[in-house]
Design a protein around this ligand. Structure first.
Ligand code: TRH
Length: 404
């Protein structure tokens, strides 16, 4: 790892070139939390993969340690610097602060176009060997992504260039994150009645429901369609077991059941609907919720990706943007995901996703009729998506070509 002196010291270029070939690559990731958990969710997952699977020496700058702590309860939000799972975590007081020491890494990742501290950029320009500077963008399934992925953007003032690294669902994009052991972990969970029973007991205090029930996980923003859906589940011919991590949709559940809140540990039943409020788990625990369910409602970016790897039918509540800029992204994802579905199953899924994102009413009975076909497609899609390659692997391969 090369370094420059602290900002208070002389800024003459005294940095050293990368030393021994075997030295691990150093990587700094900068993450500004806009809202919710997706920004830090993606960065924390990426940081762990780069460290654990690729042996990189990772430092993660995060401006909101309280949001981070929800995903990682071991984190101490009052600490300026700490090391967890081999990753150095710095509380980033953006915009000017650049950590305890001004070390410039070999690879610098600016997540979601957050602005790097000006002194850090100046130090990057001073470095004997310029770092690889990547702007990791939000995931989009739109066609233009493959054209813009890995495009360089020269800095207007310094002899530095930033490269766009664009996650996507199709060939030629950066792909999405997937840990090496994820499929094996899922297979182990799904193949073990004991693991499943232990999960149900820990999450709900109960045994797993009978096979006749449809288990649904519900992770979503506030949603005007939820009332209609809860009524359809209540009136469903077959039982529905709903698992709801505490969060933005919980108020709607409380109103439906006539309760003051729907906090973790609450259990309520109406008609054929039985609902459990779950505690928000550590990030690594979230996958098991998807594996334990038959249908998953997910949102934002990271849970949307996890649902695809869980290989179960799912419904995406996309992060809403101004001027409905998110709607073409929703349809672009649908186009990939439904590509090989028969017309009727495709129409049912599109209708449900659109209704869940503000256009029309969700039709659970219609959706459920197509579930066997949607299950097959979910498994085939997970295989297709894996062909694009895991984002961390794609990123490290690109870095190797640039830092040779
Ligand atoms: O939280 P999100 O809505 O995140 C975002 C942000 O709003 C962001 O600004 C926006 O740009 C982006 O979406 C598109 O949804 P997401 O991305 O799914 O992140 C949620 C994270 O929370 C994910 O990493 C999974 C994790 N999680 C847990 O760790 N435990 C839990 O119990 C649950 C339900 C989720």
């Amino acid at each position: 790892m090369s370094s420059v002196p602290p900002a208070s010291a002389s800024t003459t270029a005294s940095s050293t070139a990368p030393s021994a070939a075997a030295a691990p690559l150093a990587c700094d990731i900068f993450c500004a939390v806009i809202d919710n958990f997706g920004d830090i969710g993606v960065c924390w997952r990426l940081a762990r993969q780069l460290a654990n699977e690729h042996g990189w020496q990772v430092r993660l700058f995060v401006d909101d340690l309280h949001a981070f702590q929800k995903l990682c309860p071991r984190l101490a939000p009052e600490r300026a610097r700490q090391t967890l799972d081999g990753i150095v975590i710095e509380h980033w007081h953006e915009p000017a602060h650049a950590g305890e020491t001004l070390d410039v890494a070999d690879v610098v990742i600016e997540a979601f176009a957050c602005e790097l501290p000006p002194i850090y950029i100046a130090a990057m320009a001073e470095r004997v060997r310029a770092p690889l500077w990547l702007n990791l963008e939000y995931l989009s399934a739109e066609d233009w992504v493959a054209d813009f992925h890995l495009r360089p953007s020269p800095h207007p003032r310094y002899a530095l260039s930033k490269t766009f690294f664009l996650p996507g669902l199709g060939p030629g994009t950066g792909g999405v994150l997937k840990e090496r052991d994820l499929d094996a972990a899922r297979a182990a969970f799904e193949g073990s009645p004991a693991a499943r029973a232990a999960w149900w007991l820990a999450a709900t205090g109960e045994a797993p429901p009978p096979a006749s029930a449809t288990v649904v996980s519900l992770f979503a923003y506030e949603n005007p369609a939820v009332g209609s859906l809860l009524e359809q589940w209540r009136d469903s011919v077959t039982p529905v077991v709903l698992l709801v991590p505490e969060g933005r949709i919980s108020g709607a559940l409380a109103r439906f059941f006539g309760l003051p809140s729907f906090a973790a540990g609450t259990h309520a039943t109406r008609g054929n609907l039985s609902a459990h409020a779950l505690a928000f788990t550590e990030q690594t625990g979230y996958d098991a919720l998807l594996w334990a369910s038959d249908v998953n409602f997910v949102r934002g970016e990271d849970s949307f990706v996890r649902a695809q790897w869980a290989a179960k039918p799912f419904i995406w509540h996309i992060y809403p943007q101004a001027d409905d800029a998110h709607l073409p992204k929703l349809d672009a994802a649908l186009a990939h995901y439904t590509r090989t579905l028969p017309a009727d199953a495709r129409a049912a899924l599109e209708r449900f996703w659109h209704a869940w994102n503000g256009a029309g009413q969700p039709d659970w009975a219609q959706f459920q009729r197509h579930c066997p076909t949607l299950r097959q497609r979910a498994a085939a899609w997970a295989d297709e998506l894996a062909q694009v390659g895991d984002l961390a692997g794609n990123l490290t391969s690109f870095a190797k070509t640039q830092l040779k």
